[in-house]
Design a protein around this ligand. Structure first.
Ligand code: BG6
Length: 479
């Protein structure tokens, strides 16, 4: 529907930006922190763009005060960050590292002193390597108890001041890239294991939420799901069915479990026939149902378009563009279910990610209609090359346009009746992109950090910084 007038953003709308520990902190072996799976993985030659790693990242660990001062200058209402499990428990369990706890304590206090609402992500992909070595990390159900213990430690330490929590960041991505495409640690390709690992992660998510009710009864918690709404390539019924298959197996497979504690039917039947369905133990579904979130966290970057994939069609083997050379992304799929196809109606970034603000509105409405949960956009943003001009400025008008059009889509969704909690841009400062190095930049604040050459880590406010400041000041009135 076309709206003549849009509803205003809610009064208490959380305007913010997000980050993740491994991508910003650096200080990888400082103050008693243990080694994480990423600390290890990035040292394997060929795994990341030009061998970049998060040893220093953008040194937020030492510069968080400077970064928070910039957030305050911008008028940011919320900052979403993640805790590195290996800072709190260097071995994943056992003795707590007090210095790790103190770091996030100070960070939270600094945010609150600047009137910035902290949103704490419990797990954003950096698993203590000790747990991977001990029992295969997410491969074992043992992780659920260690995760419970880690969560309770955080709730007790920060629950008095932190009221918004994200349980797992993009469970669908870290399990798939870790166990289906082998692009993330532990670099395994095993479909059966992928579904099993994912089931353990769902149990851990439910346990995190269940415990939260006891320790932070006045807080709100939810997962951050990487939602790429599925489109059909054409109006041919077989393409529509392919898109349905994709929406169910790639999206509902996670969101149904979060919201209802159930796996979607047709996908479950399919995986059972293939011998890929996870092994479920007595009590699992009861636990999953107990883990109902307060909101659906959505990380939205793009839609994906699908068409029919024959039984001997493409697999998940296609190349992923991690170089920034446009046109190098290959189609992927599951034979007999669906395959991706380029959507010629959409512009793409240099990393071949579709730019589709309307897809965000569509996705928000789908979630609202299916689950009836409020939504927090926990990530949305544009990864692009940025250039420091001779006069020292960064003219990232393309980023402003990306965020502006996506915010407009959010406002349209609000007008449609979607209940929105807030909107976190990925990211506040530039940071390390897991596989794409430092050249794929997302921030409002440029950080002089590169794969090669000089990198004094100085911060420079981009044009988008000043623009977002005004958006916040006017509560999104002048988009
Ligand atoms: C999300 C992650 O998948 O997208 C972030 O939660 C990530 O950690 C972001 O950085 C952008 O992805 P990329 O690959 O461009 O860095």
């Amino acid at each position: 529907m076309l709206h003549e007038n849009l509803k205003a953003f809610p009064e208490n709308f959380l305007w913010g930006a997000a980050s993740a520990a491994y991508q910003v902190e650096g200080a990888w072996d400082v103050d008693g922190k243990g080694v994480s799976n990423w600390d290890k993985f990035v040292r394997i030659p060929g795994k990341t763009f030009k061998g970049t790693n998060g040893d220093v990242a953008v040194d937020h660990y030492h510069r968080y005060k400077e970064d928070i001062a910039l957030m305050a200058e911008m008028g940011m209402k919320t900052y979403r960050f993640s805790v590195a499990w290996a800072r709190i428990f260097p071995n994943g369990s056992g003795e707590v590292n007090e210095k790790g706890l103190a770091f996030y304590n100070d960070l939270i206090d600094e945010l609150l002193e600047h009137n910035i609402e902290p949103i704490l992500t419990i797990y954003h992909w950096d698993l203590p390597q000790a747990l991977q070595d001990k029992y295969g990390g997410w491969e074992s159900r043992e992780i659920v108890e260690d995760f419970r213990n880690y969560c309770i430690t955080l709730y007790k330490a920060y629950g008095d001041r932190v009221k918004y929590w994200v349980s797992l960041n993009e469970q669908n991505i870290f399990t798939r890239l870790g166990y289906q495409t082998a692009m993330h640690p532990p670099g395994v390709k095993d479909d059966k294991l992928f579904y099993q690992v994912n089931h353990h992660a769902s149990l851990a998510n439910a346990v995190a939420i269940k415990e939260f009710r006891t320790y932070v009864p006045d807080g709100k918690i939810g997962p951050s799901f990487a939602y790429s709404p599925a489109y059909a390539a054409t109006s041919k019924p077989e393409d529509i069915l392919a898109a349905e298959n994709a929406e169910e197996l790639s999206n509902h497979w996670w969101m149904d479990v979060y919201a209802w504690g159930e796996y979607p039917k047709a996908s479950w039947e399919y995986l059972e026939r293939k011998g890929l369905a996870p092994q479920v133990e007595k009590g699992d579904f009861a636990l999953l149902k107990e883990g109902k979130p307060d909101f659906m966290g959505v990380n939205y970057y793009q839609t994906t378009t699908f068409e029919k994939n024959p039984l001997d069609g493409v697999t998940m083997e296609g190349t992923f563009n991690t170089t920034g050379k446009k046109g190098t992304m290959e189609d992927t799929g599951i034979p007999g279910l669906f395959k991706t196809i380029t959507n010629e109606n959409l512009e793409r970034t240099n990393w071949d990610w579709n730019i589709d603000p309307q897809g965000l509105r569509i996705g928000l409405r789908r979630i609202t209609n299916r689950y009836g949960l409020p939504i927090l956009i926990s990530e949305n943003g544009l990864g692009e090359y940025d250039k420091v001009e001779e006069d020292g400025t960064i003219q990232d008008g393309y980023r402003i346009e990306y965020i502006r059009t996506h915010l407009k889509a959010v406002q349209e969704a609000i007008t449609d009746g979607v209940e929105m909690i807030g909107y976190c841009v990925w990211s506040f400062t530039d940071l390390l992109s897991w596989l794409n190095g430092f050249q794929k930049r997302y921030g409002f604040v440029y950080v002089n950090q590169h794969e090669e050459g000089e990198h004094d880590l100085r911060r420079i406010k981009k044009k988008s910084f000043y623009w977002y400041k005004e958006v916040i000041e006017s509560n999104g009135e002048n988009l």
